[in-house]
Ligand binder design. Structure first.
Ligand code: UDP
Length: 331
């Protein structure tokens, strides 16, 4: 019995691979390394270089390794890119996921966990937002993930497949042991960008919009530590293996922080100042997105361990320092 992790060479996927190995699972990673790194995959896991839509490869792997669960992270994740290249996003996130789900069904894989996103809610009508809220994605990215959620629902109704869809809020931080972390080049996410500014990798940073209807005028998000997110997947997998029914659950803490509060935390934790340029709004940003995490806690028994902004930030900064030292060694 083994677990297949697609996108296991990427940011969240590589944390999941370590999480599975930590609990003694056999792990197979399928990744084409378009954005991930082979060094992010631990030697204890088998790394297969390939595409999730290569059904011959996937089905041979499922049979050879006795895969009982697929945890599907592989996909494209940059919202503005999805606006520029919607068909590319529908191919990577929807069409290829369809092929993977079909392979799972054909081979009788009983459990499937899918990385979805809070972007399926668009601008939520309520905050915090629960799973039953209206699904109104505002980008091809959000729609591409929602379409896969729908395919899974319908496939599970027709076949012997139980799934868990996890809707991620803003994922940040790094493995506390620094075994892996967010290494994407040209990253755009707030905590990564601020950590790069604090470690001198970039000269200051921009705040996108200061005239939102929030206490300090900047957008509010629910930041979740990547290791807590990996724990949520592990708990979801245990629940499925125990016979749990298909379910869709938010992964966030239920607490929102503004952009300026996050930047203050980075400055406080590092004791370093850096330039902040107060700029225009970025297209497509919702004012406030905060999770109601009650369902994941009740159904999976998920108990976050790093539910603290300063902890998330300090792990992100430590990883940034680690990358800086590693890269200077290579130069
Ligand atoms: N943000 C910012 N400066 C940056 C990166 C992000 O002000 O350099 C803001 C962004 O406009 C949003 C929030 O930080 O309000 C979170 O953005 P991020 O890209 O991290 O995640 P998103 O919520 O868009 O998925």
């Amino acid at each position: 019995m083994a677990v297949l992790v697609t996108g296991g060479a990427g940011y969240i996927g590589s944390h999941m691979v370590w999480r599975m190995l930590d609990q003694g699972e056999d792990v197979v990673v399928l990744d084409r390394l378009s954005t991930g790194f082979d060094w992010a995959v631990p030697a204890e896991a088998e790394l297969i270089l390939g595409d999730i839509a290569d059904q011959a490869l996937v089905e041979e792997t499922i049979a050879r390794r006795g895969i009982d669960a697929i945890i599907h992270f592989a996909g494209s994740i940059v919202v503005p890119d999805s606006v520029a290249d919607p068909l590319g996003y529908y191919l990577n996130n929807t069409v290829k996921s369809r092929a993977l789900i079909e392979s799972a069904v054909r081979c009788g894989v009983p459990h499937f966990i899918f990385s979805s996103t809070a972007a399926v809610y668009g601008t939520p009508e309520t905050s915090p937002v629960a799973e039953g809220a209206a699904l109104q994605p505002e980008s091809p990215y959000g729609t591409s993930k929602l379409m896969t959620e729908i395919m899974l629902r319908d496939a599970a109704a027709a076949h012997d497949l139980a799934y868990t869809v996890l809707r991620y809020f803003n994922v940040a931080g790094a493995d506390p042991g620094l075994r892996t972390g967010q290494s994407t080049k040209g990253a755009t996410h707030l905590i990564k960008v601020a950590a790069e500014a604090a470690t001198g990798k970039r000269a200051g940073m921009d705040v996108f919009g200061t005239d939102y209807p929030t206490p300090d005028g900047t957008c509010i998000r629910d930041y979740i530590h990547v290791s807590d997110l990996a724990d949520a997947h592990a708990a979801a997998l245990a629940r499925l293996r125990a016979g749990g029914a298909s379910i869709t659950a938010n992964c966030g803490y239920g607490k929102g922080y503004s952009v300026l509060e996050v930047i203050d935390a980075v400055k406080r934790v590092t004791g370093r100042d850096f330039e902040i340029r107060l700029g225009e709004r970025r297209a497509g940003d919702a004012v406030s997105i905060v999770a109601d995490p009650a369902l994941a806690k009740a159904e999976f028994g998920w108990r976050p361990r790093f539910d603290d902004l300063d902890t998330i930030v300090s792990h992100a900064v430590r990883w940034e320092e680690h990358l800086r030292v590693a890269n200077s060694g290579k130069a």
